[in-house]
Design a protein around this ligand. Sequence first.
Ligand code: ATP
Length: 450
Amino acid sequence: MSDSKPTLLVVEDDPGLQKQIRWSLHGYDVQLAADRESALNQIRRFEPSVVLLDLGLPPFPDSAEEGLATLQQIVSMAPSTKVIVVTGNQDRVNAVKAISLGAYDFYQKPFDPQILDMIIARAFRVHGLEQENRALQQQRPSEVMHGIITSAPDMVRVCRTVEKIAPSGATVLLLGESGTGKELLARALHQLSTRASERFVAINCAAIPDALLESELFGYEKGAFTGAAKQTIGKIEYASKGTLFLDEIGDLPLPLQAKLLRFLQERVIERLGGRGEVPVDVRVIGATHQNLEGLIQAGSFRQDLYYRLSEISVMIPPLRDRQGDAALLAHAFLEKFCAQQNRNLKGFTTDAIEAIEAHSWPGNVREMENVIKRAVIMAEGAQVTAQDLGLKAGSAESEPLNLRQVREEADRRAVIRALGRTNGNIVQAAELLGVSRPTLYDLINRCGLK
Ligand SMILES: Nc1ncnc2c1ncn2[C@@H]1O[C@H](COP(=O)(O)OP(=O)(O)OP(=O)(O)O)[C@@H](O)[C@H]1O
């Protein structure tokens, strides 16, 4: 046995052929088996990447029955192993059957060492590439934090900021278009804070009628108004010791803005109809898609509240400004919804990826999530097409400064796009770009993408 040679398992019951194969395939560490049981034992023992399997095995050497049964067991036991089946001269039917059962390739007798060597070498190469892909996929850094998928530098920066400010307890204002992930980031802030074991309470200020919002936030005493049958605590008190997420805070009516400001300053609340103050320890995170400074100028948002809320404010970029993220998220959602819907779609067609990249995603990640979910349900082919997505293909590129920067920016964009399209697969991305893998790694480093 040699350490440097790749292990090849040959399942063949004819001792003459065994000898011949071993002799001619001297580039491999050839292990032998003569029947199903010993083949499976050898697989357990050596974990070969490639198996050469004669379909005519005992006890039925004249039919493919035992060989096909062995194949099925190998495929279910070691699915990444490449099995090359060896069939009789005219036996196309069983060769095709073997492929449909999961064999990687077939080889028809008579025995030709050169051709067989080529087929085996290719199987080892494919196996190696697949292993490499799997390893790369596993270390894919796209999920940077608590379900947040991104590889766009601006968004990664946002996540790093969130990590930094989470333990501080500061009041945070998250600003960004609808569907950019404000709630997801608010939850991450909570999860990474010292309050993680307490409640995260979210309230959407725009979704609750003004008349109800006050009691919803501050609670009420029994008899405070008609129908107030018993004392009820509001969301602020409910979130005590935890985090209160006030979504769409720009929609908070002015009288409530005053009450909220008082709470943020004094850290006490008064329930409706109540006569005493209740101290509440809660961290507040606000969010809005609106331009608060514009609202302040228009007189519909209090400046003092704005300053209180934005001890730290975080701008979340829209999806259209996150280079490479559209395709990356599309792949992630495809995987998620395929698993959820029990569908086995093999990625996107080129026109689908182009359409994803060309679309401006006004509804941001939420729109993307919905589009992919619908496509997974609707797709009829093996891959998702632009039509399944209900999107039109197009293109939009922006312009340069000087020639060096043009080149660098073009390289950077091409690399980000290729990685996005191939879901972070280095081998495929290098192929798409027409460069070698080392060149791509070099580009990734030079563009600061690692
Ligand atoms: N980077 C991301 N990675 C994975 N999923 C994301 C990402 N950003 C957002 N999502 C998903 O997109 C959807 C919308 O996100 P979220 O509700 O956090 O956005 P939002 O900015 O709070 O929206 P709105 O302003 O409309 O309330 C959610 O299902 C969320 O899980």
